[in-house]
Design a protein around this ligand. Structure first.
Ligand SMILES: [Zn+2]
Length: 277
């Protein structure tokens, strides 16, 4: 899944090459990817100018004259620039042509969705009705974070992934943030202390800002997802203490964490530090 740093990078590239340009061609290879909330199909975009591209949660929204196209890449979706006439990838979902440039949406899993709607009318799009506070904005103060945290009855990693609370963290950065804050992923929100909450808030901002800077510095093509600088997600050992990174299921999701730097805080956890492994 593209995460916030990936999406911001992609957004900048899309804007730079596409804003103000007019759709001259369209091709829908995988009808399952497109949901039309208006009568018609992608051909409605022909001859229309692309006025703006924005992000909300994990959606990239293309604002054309008269229509919006909101794309949620889900697990494996990604964008790619190609020259018109280049061979279609097997994973091609759809393509929009802009004269000498084609924007392709690729999706190996076919799980992502593109919603075509009348301009400004995205209320029917699942996942766009209520979006949490943008964690890279000035609205994401500690007070706001603490008030969101106060009423939660779930585990901290589940809270971090809730797009209605926070805009937004996916699996990869939830792990990185909890590692940075030294908090076990299964910790109940209500058992976090004031100091834990302060560390967690600071970690969200720091980890994401660093990642945004790193992804920008690498400046890879938009179809490339950069994950190799992450510290715990899919890594064999902790960069701080050398312990073996563990994997645990948290509400059906795999969480990666260091058992020593992120010790368990409640009975019932396996205390890996006592197993001698
Ligand atoms: Zn460690």
């Amino acid at each position: 899944m593209p995460e916030l740093p990936d999406l911001l990078h992609v957004l900048g590239k899309l804007r730079g090459r596409l804003l103000g340009r007019t759709v001259t061609a369209e091709r829908l290879r995988e009808p399952v990817v497109l949901r039309c909330l208006v009568h018609g199909n992608l051909s409605l975009l022909l001859g229309r100018s692309l006025r703006e591209i924005t992000r909300r949660a994990h959606f990239v929204i293309f604002h054309f004259d008269g229509f919006d196209l909101a794309v949620n890449p889900m697990l494996a979706g990604r964008f790619k620039f190609e020259a018109p006439g280049d061979r279609d990838e097997a994973s091609l979902g759809f393509a929009l042509g802009f004269d000498d440039l084609e924007l392709r949406y690729l999706d190996d899993k076919k799980m992502g969705k593109a919603y075509l709607a009348a301009a400004g009318d995205l209320t029917a799009v699942p996942g766009l009705q209520s979006i949490g506070v943008d964690v890279l904005s000035s609205h994401f103060t500690f007070e706001r974070f603490a008030s969101l945290l106060r009423h939660r009855r779930d585990q901290v990693r589940v809270f971090l992934l809730d797009k209605r609370a926070l805009d937004s963290l996916g699996n990869a950065y939830a792990d990185e943030v909890l590692f940075e804050a030294r908090i076990h992923p299964k910790t109940w929100c209500r058992s976090l202390t004031h100091e834990d909450a302060e560390r967690l808030h600071a970690a969200i901002v720091a980890v994401l800002k660093d990642a945004v800077a790193e992804v920008a510095r690498r400046d890879e093509p938009i179809e490339v997802k950069i994950r190799d600088f992450l510290k715990v997600r899919m890594k064999p050992e902790c960069p701080r203490c050398g312990s073996r990174i563990r994997k645990a299921g948290v509400k059906g999701m795999d969480a990666y964490f260091c058992p020593k730097c992120q010790p368990a805080t409640r009975p019932g956890f396996v205390d890996w530090t006592r197993t001698g492994r």
